[in-house]
Design a protein. Sequence first.
Length: 317
Amino acid sequence: MRTVFTIGEALIDFIPHEKGCGLKKVDSFRKAAGGAPANVACAVAKLGGRSSFIGKVGADAFGDFLVETMEQAGVDTRNVFRTNEANTALAFVSLQEDGNREFSFYRHPSADMLLSVAEIGNDWFAKGDILHFCSVDLVEAPVKYAHRKAIASAMAAGAIVSFDPNVRMPLWPDRESCRQTILEFLPLSHIVKISDEELAFITGHADERTAIASLFVGNVQHVVYTRGAEGAVWYARDFAVSVPGQRVTAIDTTGAGDAFVGALLSLVAKHPEFLERIHEEAARGMLAFANRAAAITVTRSGAIDSLPTLEEIEDFG
């Protein structure tokens, strides 16, 4: 089994005790460890895989909490750096009755944005390892260039690169800068996970088939398209397979996409060479496994706290 590395933000999600109202009407919150790359690392570890998180948090109590939470989940945190120059990022969340969310971020800058090129090791990755990243920390800051070095180092070692844009528009100065940055990094990845809410925005195409086809640029070999309760589709250059969604009552959708990605990458990490010759039936089975992980996650509150174990996925449904 190879290691799944994730790079980017680890932050504190403040989850509201009330549902069905906007942030301005929420009276109380509870803190939870979050940040998509950190969530994915924890998802892999909780499923019995090997994962390592690359990032930076503040030399503060919230940073302590994040590192301890990841370690308790089984994540290797030796590549988590600490700083006094900025605080750990915070995200306040409001929940609608259907579990969907509204975010307000506090990071001007936050510690994760200060991860530097010099802090990325040249010998961290090996052939068959996976490096996974998202777009939140591709904003114009030192961490963007740390991503570039990590991706180049991973590719030079023969690792697999995975990209989930995971668009968070409030963090960008405008929509077009977000879109162009995603398009800039897209060709550097071998696997792209994209949601139905992001597809038209990122590609500029309203037609689904045209939009998916436009994602096969550069190194991209596989596109995994998630459609929430409607399931997911795995597109390779020579086939497409789909699985239906799992019908559950959603409490909180925070971390569902990360649970999906973590489950998928945990399977790829077991046999990374298999990705080069994957067939339809195997892709369908991997999608179904990842769908079950996401379905379990939305029935619970929070992100890392809600991630399932291997036994729970196997027993689900």
